[in-house]
Write a protein that binds this ligand. Structure first.
Ligand code: HGY
Ligand code: MN
Ligand code: MN
Length: 423
């Protein structure tokens, strides 16, 4: 069992990352993929990785790898990583806890001189958040083979800039995009440390959550086209109001999700644009994103099918034109028992109570699960708040999760293909 994480070092790094913020004049942190501040945050973590003695590389979609080389580097490595990009007006812990936690775990292992056969890799996955380009897990999704270079040409941000244009601007397209792809066997195991982003652990008074399964998202981009008209002189029975139509769809999504009556069947419309967005003009067009999640793929497909049928029906009844595209339709994943066992073993040795749970949020581990065994370690979120400036987890709670992560990575790095410990 390894020792203690260095809470000062970790807190300083989390605080440094907090300052890479595109909108310091607003509440919280906004650090979208490939914004100047995100590029600076990437450089900062790479510099900390080098200082920690890791070998640092980056791939064609911007995933960053910091490798603590093992005694048998030819063996499939053990991974641990997360993200540094944020939603708008975010807190300072979503994603960064997993990146700094993985870095600190590597330092703990290196400073302990504990022998480890497999290399251990701390990673930053490119753009876990869908904030800029409307789809999440861009870096890990590419690793799993679900995002081709061609497809990056059709992912646009609100300014009409494509992901491909950004990759070109930053010189990534000069490298071999295909090399990003990972196949089964390339990675022995992957463990991600993350804040819980809900209040289960806090309510239970439990410091460590072990994620047994991760819910998956389906994203649907919807455009409703009606008729822009005068708000005063257009009689109610002559309107083709894209805002009123959208409101029916929003409430239908909510009632569909509620009807399943469980915490993991959820539907959200968080991004909504109305045109021309003027107080005295009937909206001629609305554009919005539907985010459906579930741990059960058949339920998610049923929700998707029902809401799309409802959109068609509203459009027909209101004489509007509806266009929609499913832009992401991911599969839920389950964690690998040997990794769960390794995390559990560390918590037992450290006399830390655990709670096994499902993650309602998705994470890069969802994509990594397509080519490697995964599991996640959760640490509590105060009040369950996340994706909000008030997001908070104490450095002591983060250190506890990091210490368990470090034990787990070390034991996995000395495990053979049968899951037996070998020095
Ligand atoms: O939306 C999510 O579950 C993650 O925070 N991107
Ligand atoms: Mn997030
Ligand atoms: Mn996250």
């Amino acid at each position: 069992m390894l020792g203690k994480a260095d809470t000062t070092r970790m807190y300083n790094e989390l605080s440094a990352l907090k300052n890479f913020n595109t909108c310091p004049e607003q509440e919280g942190i906004t650090r979208l993929l490939f914004a100047d501040e995100e590029i600076m945050a990437r450089a900062y973590v790479k510099q900390r990785m080098v200082k920690a003695g890791l070998q640092v590389t980056e791939d064609t979609i911007g995933n960053i790898y910091g490798t603590l080389v093992g005694s048998q580097p030819e063996l499939a490595p053990v991974w641990s990583g997360s993200h540094i990009d944020t939603v708008r007006n975010a807190g300072m812990y979503d994603g960064t806890v997993g990146v700094i936690g993985a870095l600190e775990a590597c330092r703990m292992i290196r400073e302990s001189n504990a022998p480890h056969r497999r290399s251990i890799v701390a990673l930053i996955f490119t753009s876990e958040e869908p904030t800029r380009f409307g789809i999440g897990c861009i870096g890990s999704r590419t690793m799993a083979g679900h995002l081709s270079l061609e497809q990056t040409k059709s992912l646009y941000d609100d300014q009409g800039i494509s992901l491909f244009q950004e990759l070109e601007r930053l010189g990534y397209t000069k490298m071999d995009y295909g090399a990003v792809r990972k196949k089964k066997g390339d990675v022995f195991a992957s463990v991600e440390l993350h804040i819980e982003q809900a209040s289960v652990l806090e309510r239970l008074g439990c410091p460590i959550g072990i994620v047994e399964a991760i819910c998956a998202p389906t994203y649907i981009q919807v455009t409703l086209e009606g008729q822009q008209e005068h708000a005063g002189s257009t009689p109610m029975n002559e309107r083709r109001d894209a805002m009123a139509a959208a409101s029916e769809i929003i409430l239908k999504l909510e009632s569909l999700a509620r009807s399943h009556g469980n915490n993991h069947t959820v539907g959200t419309i968080g991004k909504f644009c109305a045109y021309p967005n003027s107080p005295n003009v009937i909206a001629g067009r609305t554009e919005f994103t539907i985010d459906i999640r579930d741990i059960d793929e058949t339920v998610k497909q049923d929700m998707t099918q029902k809401i799309c049928a409802y959109i068609d029906n509203v459009a027909m009844l209101r004489n509007l034109r509806a266009r929609y595209t499913v832009t992401a339709d991911d599969l839920p994943c389950v964690s690998a028992p040997p990794i769960i066992a390794a995390i559990t073993a560390s918590c037992e040795k450290r006399n830390i109570p655990i709670h096994k749970m499902i993650s309602g949020a998705y994470h890069d581990s969802l994509m990594i699960a397509e080519f490697a065994p995964v599991a996640m370690i959760f640490v509590p979120s105060r009040g369950g708040i996340s994706h909000d400036p008030a997001e908070y987890t104490s450095i002591e709670e983060i250190a506890a999760g990091t210490e368990v992560l470090a034990d787990t990575l070390l034991s996995l790095s000395n495990m053979n293909e049968m899951g037996e410990a070998e020095q």
